[in-house]
Design a protein around this ligand. Structure first.
Ligand SMILES: *[C@@H]1O[C@H](CO)[C@@H](O)[C@H](O)[C@H]1NC(C)=O
Ligand SMILES: *[C@@H]1O[C@H](CO)[C@@H](O)[C@H](O)[C@H]1NC(C)=O
Length: 578
């Protein structure tokens, strides 16, 4: 009897070894132990991914609304299996509070290299600080890593009320009494993880480009001005970002929001004793997350009402624009990129259709997104008068106002202030490709707008994402018929971010890659930085980039209004909500 069993065991053993031999497991050795990854599928199998790596202790219980604490538990001997994404952070009914995970992609053969030297690209996702996750399929790094020979990292960070609520009682005594920037601190902890661990994946911690889109771009600029994030990145690329409009709250305004939330959660001072709590933080931290989400849904109808990072005087010492004016920033090369028609998405999300609106509604739509004091209504009217400039179409007027006030002008403001201090600043405007296949919007939202609306909205907010993430080359997005020009644009836009980490001077010039073949895009001799006398805007379009003076494309003139509104708000220390 024994013999056949032994033979059988031997056969099973042999079989396992054979099967095992065909499955290559990429392993990165870090100070906490080994991390086991997985190779990407199909034509990107020379790239490894490591998903769902915890970088902080779960931010629950006493750690809710507190600075994140570094993850420090040793991995099991056989290694940490990092083959599926961790939970995204709680948003509505989705995700979990235990969500502080990051993801790494690296060329398989770079992992464990004795001299780690690959440039590193870190991405902070957008979603208005309320939604999103680093693990979304669109942000998958397999293709961009293969093409760009970089190491790529995305992270989750706390969102909404859980990520950004400020209340006086939540001042963090373990973190110099900072308040309201929990999600931003998560991002920083992830950057510190990159500094400490990325060499195990073949990345050079001295060549890190911090990039982000939308709220991720706002965050990128905030890390530029927060002293605590100094030294964690060597270049920064902000796509559709701002360091002011929609990006940050004055402490007073953040406290007003926090006080309303506290009351809605029945955690006000007059309620806590009845509910058996000794203090407000205990009441807040013991509130089930479902109730917090219900309150968030009930409160958050307007973008200006959302919880966002706070100028708490500790992490964000002063208004970011003031810090930039004073040159109190990380002195690294920076790229400020905006899309030509940023405002279209946010305006249409409110109106629900492209049908014309009345003047009253125009103000409402604009001020739901960007606070404009009533005293400025007349100047807004003069500058965006639909009857004078847009054939009577107030939707188009709103596109322009939100594009300028929320994106183009804040980025210009940052560029001017940073350039004054000798920082290498470059500014670009991404135009919709001609012809526009409609794929960029379709693959990222699942909605095909039809040719007429596609042409009307052009390069709206988020238009850049499928390009910077190489979607035209990736399954299943490549099922949409991107044009050849759009594919080249993807290689270019992904390339300029990689270039900022790879090029010694941080210039956003794309390194040579297999996929970038268009002569108009691959051989840009020079991309001049801004200085006190010259502000050249790179207009990026499928025909090739062209340089224009900011003045000549009307950027300077139209931004005076928005500069004045912001200067008033900073002087008052409050955003004038209408
Ligand atoms: C707060 O208390 C009121 C009155 O007791 C109750 O109706 C409401 O549901 C409570 N809200 C929450 C979020 O618990
Ligand atoms: C400013 O930039 C322009 C364009 O790159 C350049 O020609 C000029 O010399 C620069 N001026 C200064 C003062 O650096």
């Amino acid at each position: 009897m024994t013999l056949p069993i032994l033979t059988l065991l031997a056969a099973v053993y042999l079989l396992c070894t054979l099967v095992g031999a065909s499955v290559y497991i990429p392993v990165a050795s870090t100070s906490l132990g080994r991390i086991n990854g997985i190779l990407c599928d199909g034509d990107v199998s020379d790239v490894a991914s490591f998903r769902g790596i915890p970088y902080a202790k779960p931010p629950v219980g006493r750690l809710r609304w507190a600075a994140p604490v570094k993850y420090s538990t040793n991995y099991p001997l056989e290694g940490l299996d990092a083959i599926s994404p961790g939970s995204k952070c709680r948003q509505g009914t989705e995700g979990d509070e235990d969500c502080l995970f990051l993801n790494v992609w690296a060329p398989a053969k770079a992992i464990g290299a004795p001299k780690p030297k690959l440039p590193v690209r870190v991405f902070i996702h957008g979603g208005g600080y309320q939604t999103g996750a680093g693990s979304e399929d669109m942000y998958d790094g397999c293709k961009l890593v293969q093409d760009g020979k970089v190491v790529f990292v995305t992270m989750n960070y706390r969102l909404g009320i859980l990520g950004f609520m400020a209340a006086p009682e939540l001042r963090d005594s373990s973190a110099d009494f900072g308040v309201g920037n929990w999600g931003l601190l998560d991002q920083r902890l992830a950057l510190q993880w990159v500094r400490d661990n990325i060499a195990a994946f073949g990345g050079d911690p001295k060549k890190v480009v911090l990039s982000g889109e939308s709220a991720g771009a706002y965050s990128t600029l905030l890390h530029l001005v927060t002293p605590g994030s100094r030294g964690l990145f060597s270049a920064a690329a902000s796509f559709s970002g701002s360091a002011d409009a929609m990006a940050v709250d004055f402490l007073r305004d953040a406290y007003t929001k926090g006080t309303n939330i506290r009351a809605a959660l029945n955690c006000s001072i007059d309620k806590i004793a009845d509910r058996g709590y000794a203090n407000i933080p205990d009441c807040l931290r013991n509130t089930p997350v479902d109730i917090i989400m219900a309150v968030q849904a009930a409160l958050g109808l307007r973008t200006v009402d959302y919880c966002v990072p706070t100028i708490d005087g500790v992490e964000i010492i002063k208004h970011p624009v003031t810090l930039m004016e004073q040159g109190r920033v990380a002195k690294v090369p920076i790229l400020l990129g905006v899309n030509a028609n940023e405002g279209a998405l946010e305006v249409l999300a409110q109106t629900g259709s492209a049908t014309n609106i009345e003047l009253r509604r125009f103000y409402e739509v604009v001020t739901n997104l960007i606070p404009v004091p009533v005293t400025y209504y007349e100047r807004v009217y003069e500058q965006y008068d639909a009857d004078a400039f847009f054939d009577g179409n107030w939707i188009i007027a709103a596109f322009h106002a939100v594009t300028d006030g929320g994106y183009h002008c804040p980025s210009r403001r940052a560029a001017k202030n940073l350039a004054k201090h000798g920082i290498s600043v470059r500014y670009h405007i991404l135009e919709a490709s001609q012809p526009n296949s409609g794929c960029p919007v379709y693959v990222s939202t699942g909605v095909y707008l039809g040719q007429e609306i596609t042409d009307l909205v052009g390069a709206l907010h988020g238009y850049d994402i499928p390009f910077t993430f190489m979607a035209p080359y990736r399954s299943p997005y490549n099922l949409c018929r991107f044009t050849d020009d759009e594919k080249q644009l993807a290689s270019f836009l992904s390339g300029i971010i990689n270039g900022m980490a790879a090029n010694r001077n941080g210039a956003p010039l794309p390194p040579r890659t297999k996929s970038l073949t268009s002569p108009a895009l691959k051989d840009i001799p020079n991309w001049p930085v801004w200085n006190t006398t010259s502000s050249l805007v790179m207009d990026i379009n499928t025909a090739g980039p062209e340089l224009y003076a900011a003045e000549d494309i009307g950027l300077d003139a139209k931004c005076q209004l928005w500069d004045d509104i912001l200067a008033d708000a900073i002087a008052a220390g409050s955003t004038a909500y209408t």
